[in-house]
Design a protein around this ligand. Structure first.
Ligand code: COA
Ligand code: AMP
Length: 636
């Protein structure tokens, strides 16, 4: 029997009492004046007046309570053939020492620090060291290029940047330091210091007066026995900024506060994920994404669990048994990853033969998020792993699941295609464009009735107006998720598609609008459209359609190659922008709007109707022929 209905009803009847009760699991320097203060911020703030420290709750608190010898992080890196276990006491020592190193570089409460690092434990150390000082970290995913990093440097103006010399992708070493140097050159803002973790796979050259060597500086600070204490911050102060794709090239700086974040994340560990303190939880994501922030670093540590940090891929490092090896070796009870990782495994090992090789007796559940989970993949995982497979719906903005099947409260019946039901904190409404609820089964915008729950973004970094216009203005009284979907008679939510031009490529959130801006910037391009088409492995892939300027007398393929390279240089390899098609004209409405939806339907081989407002129907035939000629229509 599930307790979900009872618990959801208790939240609904008194949200403040619900979250105040959850907040008892957190150690506070000062309790809140108000659990929820409706007159603060853009729609109110949680735990106003409180004082706390997130790193204290992740580390000191557990060590004081006798958890010092328990592993906090297990680092497993098939790409460097390294394994390392770090206990809570050791992690506390590392974090307090590195916080002192940051403090020596002038970093203090409220300062921003950018962290540009691969999946090494030092990335978590840097994040927690910032939290310890009350500084605000902003982690930038390693697959982003210099220009993306530069945008973030200029937006949050960090006092310091912490980076590694390189990341390791299968078959190649990605040197981060040249990208960092280039980014600082492009950016207007200059950080006072860069602390560089040298990895043996690529030694970075250092810039005198600016670059600080991680290892020797930490060693010297350690030798002097200097450690920074935890700084009390307001519960409503930002813990971090995480940039995410919006509809333009300017990413949105999602702000996460300290108090609400701790309370909500701690609550989810038992109630949603069914994890107990001391157990091993593995989120196979990256610290550069929200899932990495919440479920590699903060939630497992707040809960006193052990978190696996995995530097590798689901396949090819070295084989599709990599996940099962890690689960078996480290006694993982629950894995959280993106459906795309499972599609990659299934592609290489359809029979699940590699699963048979490992002892998975501790493994209890699999959680999937980041993109729509297709039923085939869920059923394959259920059949092969014989554990509950839980699809749950997330956004960078919310920081924790909006909808899930709450394992800790007792699992609800599974309906394939649905990430199940709204979690306490989320009053989900399906609305039409007049902000009127639609009937069950009918599609509309998925909206959350304000206020958002603790941990969800209170605003965008130094852009409250953009926060209001992006999320609150469209449907007054609601937060617009930009996802469309429906709810059935039993209250199960179905998330069908984005309503903006954000796409999900291998679980990575990207903006086709941003890609269009870059492609349109090429001197030979007259106009362009970038759309997300279905892909069996990555879920979606971006495809660019370009019309060249009249008089351009070059091989189409040549320009196409340059465009691929341009997006790779501007956004990074993670954009996976590899398909460009030169066409004579783009299909448009009479008012000049490009018919991206129709183009998507053609590429995905879905049924489509001739849009009534189309300017010239013949263009759709032209485009279809061009796509067909290049094998760009699904299953054609
Ligand atoms: N640093 C530098 N480059 C990176 C990178 C990083 N941290 N992560 C990815 N890249 C590069 C890849 O090397 C690849 O480059 P290429 O075009 O030269 O081959 C490109 O970015 C695209 O990477 P990716 O989308 O990861 O595709 P892939 O083909 O390398 O791997 C999967 C496919 C499915 C195995 C992989 O995407 C995966 O594990 N996805 C899970 C995603 C996830 O965890 N999302 C978080 C939400 S829960
Ligand atoms: P991100 O901010 O990277 O977590 O991406 C958020 C977006 O990913 C959401 O707005 C959805 O479009 C999509 N998404 C995440 N999880 C799911 C899910 N379980 N089902 C469907 N879409 C999802």
């Amino acid at each position: 029997m599930t307790r979900y209905h009872e618990v959801y009803a208790s939240w609904r009847s008194n949200p403040e009492e619900f979250w105040a009760k959850a907040a008892k699991d957190i150690a506070w320097y000062k309790l809140w004046d108000k659990v929820f203060e409706p007159y603060m911020g853009e729609y109110g703030r949680w735990f106003a007046g409180s004082e706390c420290n997130t790193a204290f709750n992740c580390l000191d608190h557990h060590v004081e309570a006798g958890r010092g010898e328990q592993p906090a992080i297990i680092y497993d890196s098939p790409v460097t053939d390294t394994k390392q276990t770090i206990t809570y006491a050791q992690l506390l020592h590392k974090v307090a020492t590195f916080a002192q190193v940051l403090a020596d570089q002038g970093v203090s409460k409220g300062d921003r620090v950018i962290i540009y690092m691969p999946m090494v434990p030092d990335a978590a150390v840097a994040m927690l060291a910032c939290a310890r000082l009350g500084a605000i970290h902003s982690v930038v995913f390693g697959g982003f290029a210099a220009a993306e990093l530069a945008t973030r440097i200029d937006d949050c103006m960090p006092k310091a940047i912490v980076a590694a010399s390189c990341g390791i992708e299968p078959g190649r070493i990605v040197e981060y330091k040249p990208l960092l140097d280039q980014a600082i050159e492009i950016a207007t803002h200059t950080p006072a210091a860069c602390i560089i973790l040298q990895r043996e796979q690529a030694e970075a050259s250092m810039i005198e007066g600016r670059d600080v060597d991680w290892a020797s500086t930490v060693a010297a600070t350690e030798a002097e026995g200097r450690k920074a204490p935890c700084v009390a911050v307001a519960g409503t102060d930002p813990l971090y900024i995480l940039y995410t794709s919006g509809t333009t090239g300017q990413p949105k700086g999602v702000v996460r506060d300290n108090a609400g974040h701790m309370v909500a994340l701690k609550w989810t560990m038992h109630n949603i994920y069914g994890i107990e303190p001391g157990e091993v939880f593995w989120s196979a994501s990256d610290v550069g994404w929200v899932v990495g922030h919440s479920y590699i670093v903060y939630a497992p540590l707040l809960h006193g669990a052990t978190s696996v940090m995995y530097e590798g891929k689901p396949v090819g490092t070295p084989d599709p048994g990599a996940f099962w090896r890690v689960i078996s070796e480290h006694k993982v009870v629950s894995l959280f990853t993106a459906p795309t990782a499972f599609r990659a495994i299934k592609k290489d090992d359809a029979e699940g033969a590699y699963i048979e090789k490992y002892d998975l007796k501790h493994f209890r559940s699999l959680f999937l998020a980041g993109e729509r989970a297709d039923t085939d993949t869920i059923q394959w995982a259920e059949n092969k792993l014989k554990v509950p497979v839980i699809d749950h719906w997330w956004q960078t903005e919310t920081g924790w699941p909006i909808c899930a099947n709450p394992l800790g409260l007792g699992r609800m019946p599974v309906k394939y295609g649905s990430p199940t039901v709204p979690m306490p904190g989320y009053d989900i409404q399906v609305l039409d464009d007049q902000a009127k609820p639609v009937v069950p089964g009918e599609t509309g915008t998925l909206a959350v009735k304000l206020p958002l729950p603790p941990a969800a973004l209170p605003t965008l970094w130094q852009a409250p107006e953009r926060f209001r216009s992006s999320y609150l203005a469209e449907l007054p009284g609601y937060y617009t998720t930009s996802d469309a979907g429906f709810m059935d008679e039993d209250g199960y939510v179905y998330v069908m598609q984005r309503t903006d031009d954000v796409i999900n490529v291998a679980g990575h959130r990207l903006s086709t609008g941003q890609m269009e801006e870059i492609v349109a910037g090429h001197r030979d391009v007259a106009e362009c459209a970038v759309i997300g088409v279905e892909d069996d492995l990555k879920g979606q892939l971006p495809v660019g359609y370009v019309v060249l300027n009249a008089g351009v007398n070059r091989e189409e393929g040549e320009v196409e190659k340059e465009l691929v390279q341009l997006v790779r240089t501007e956004i990074g390899p993670v954009a996976a922008f590899k398909n460009v098609l030169t066409v004579k004209r783009l299909p448009k409405t009479r008012s000049g709007k490009i018919l991206r939806g129709t183009m998507r339907a053609i590429a995905d081989a879905r049924d489509w109707k001739m849009p009534a407002t189309i300017d010239d129907p013949a263009i759709l035939d032209e485009i279809t022929d061009a796509m067909r000629g290049r094998g760009m229509i699904k299953n054609d």
